[in-house]
Design a protein around this ligand. Structure first.
Ligand SMILES: N[C@@H](CCC(=O)N[C@@H](CS)C(=O)NCC(=O)O)C(=O)O
Length: 212
């Protein structure tokens, strides 16, 4: 493996700090004990080189020598192939992690992110569209509550599935949106008290503060 470099913005406004997606990549590499470096790319002026690595002009992307990979979920899978701290090697264990990693993105975050975007905008309107979103999220949380009431981590040991699921739920929790879902709240607290998360979060906050 060559040097792992995670690319994130050189600066972002206060609001998304602590939630910028490079945190998932940092968290995974910290859990795996993989050495890495963080490179900041311009937030305001996104050039052709940025789009060559990340076609939506977003962050993060990871480089590993001449391999460049975008989408936090894809990056986590890429890293997980290299560390059993992130995903087991056996077929059953891998399948379990992969299904939950996708569920985090495509079943839970699909509801939690749009819900959180309204919160980021301080929009507590009760339009029919917003009510639909509240109901959509409540449904997903209800199912996750049952799952998380019976297990510590989603797929046996802690894995990339937990990084994604905990991060997708954490943003809801930060706005008090987990409500009475005690198992979801306990899961987020458990995941975010891991030293790898604590360090990643502190490092991301310091990275953006440096450019203020
Ligand atoms: N699906 C992408 C989403 C990445 C994403 O939303 N990145 C945000 C930062 S958290 C971003 O770059 N926002 C700037 C923009 O969309 O212009 C991933 O998971 O990597």
């Amino acid at each position: 493996m060559s040097e792992l470099i995670v690319h994130t913005f050189d600066w972002v406004p206060q609001m998304p700090r602590g939630f910028v997606r490079d945190i998932r990549v940092r968290w995974a590499m910290e859990e795996a004990g993989m050495p890495y470096r963080v490179v900041g790319v311009p937030f305001r002026e996104r050039g052709a080189d940025h789009f060559a690595h990340q076609p939506f002009g977003q962050v993060p992307w990871l480089t590993d020598g001449d391999i460049s990979i975008f989408e936090a979920g894809a990056i986590l899978l890429y890293l997980a192939e290299r560390s059993e701290n992130l995903m087991p090697k056996d077929a059953r264990g891998r399948a379990d992690v992969i299904q939950w990693a996708f569920a985090a993105l495509n079943s839970v975050e699909m509801a939690s992110l749009p819900w959180a975007l309204f919160k980021f905008e301080n929009d507590d309107s009760q339009t029919p569209g917003k009510k639909l979103l509240d109901t959509f999220l409540a449904g997903r949380l209800g199912h996750m509550e049952k799952v998380l009431a019976t297990r510590e981590w989603l797929a046996g040991n802690f894995s990339i599935a937990d990084i994604q699921m905990a991060d997708a739920l954490r943003v809801v929790d930060s706005f008090g949106g987990l409500g009475e879902h005690e198992a979801c709240k306990a899961y987020v607290a458990r995941a975010t008290s891991r030293p790898a998360f604590v360090k990643s979060h502190a490092d991301q906050m310091a990275h953006f503060a440096k450019a203020d």
